[in-house]
Design a protein around this ligand. Structure first.
Ligand code: MN
Length: 254
């Protein structure tokens, strides 16, 4: 049985681990899964930075309400199952949901499959929501757009013929996503591919690595564009942060 002294020591260690956990998700600093440690990463720019393409009010609600809700719900799920979940980073949770993780090199002995279905669903929806949005904010920037250079630019030409054809195909995937979901450019077994996935499903659960993502849930565009998803998609190309996407490609392609 744990003595009071040991209990205090353990609590202190857990608190220390939370305190040093990085708050911002990044390609080098995945969000840690210490219980309750998932935090809403700050936007890497001002709320109105993406105007006029994406308006400040949409960003405020999308980030501060929608993304925050995913974080809060994820923290509740992790707190309810600390034995399994605190050992995992968000990427690992999402990979294990799909039984994936091919080539990622994490320990498959973690037993996500032993969790109740409702908890796995919570992680799929809210863990996916947290991971996807954390990436999405970084995939955009003020005065973005244009075309990717160097390696990613060449890879897109090899895979899709040219940038214009890639843009057409990605736009089509985003436009045709039925209901709520995302369009993705992913690295799949070393090759580029475009996907449309429903809800907050992450490419990680299918063993793919996300490079570029477009949120086509109505909450991402309805205030400014109402039902005109196509106009939102067309405008979004002007804020894509190709430097961030190209850097991810260079890191993940090996
Ligand atoms: Mn969203």
């Amino acid at each position: 049985m744990m003595t009071r002294r040991q209990a205090i020591k353990t609590t202190a260690l857990v608190t220390a681990a939370v305190a040093i956990a990085p708050a911002v998700i990044g390609q080098n600093n995945p969000v840690p899964a210490t219980a309750g440690a998932f935090t809403l990463p700050p936007l890497p720019y001002a709320l109105d930075a993406l105007e006029p393409h994406i308006d400040a009010r949409t960003m405020e609600i999308h980030h501060g309400k929608h993304h925050k809700a995913y974080v809060d719900n994820l923290n509740k799920a992790v707190a309810a199952h600390p034995g399994i979940l605190t050992a995992l980073r968000i990427e690992q949770m999402l990979q294990e949901l799909g039984g994936g993780g091919v080539g990622i090199g994490f320990d498959m002995s973690k037993k996500m499959s032993e969790l109740p279905v409702n908890i796995r669903t919570t992680i799929r929806n809210n863990g996916g929501g947290h991971f996807n949005h954390s990436l999405f904010w970084q995939m955009m920037k003020k005065d973005g757009g244009g075309e990717p250079k160097v390696e990613l630019g060449k890879a897109i030409e090899l895979s899709f013929g040219n940038f214009a054809d890639f843009k057409t195909k990605f736009t089509e995937a985003a436009t045709k996503t039925f209901g709520s979901g995302w369009a993705w450019l992913v690295l799949s077994k070393g090759k580029l591919a475009i996907l449309s996935l429903p809800n907050q499903d992450s490419p990680l659960s299918g063993g793919e690595q996300p490079l570029l993502a477009l949120d086509v849930w109505e909450h991402a565009y309805y205030l400014k564009y109402q039902n005109k998803r196509a106009d939102y998609i067309a405008a979004w190309w002007n804020v894509v942060n190709w430097d961030f996407v190209a850097e991810r490609y260079t890191k993940l392609k090996v």
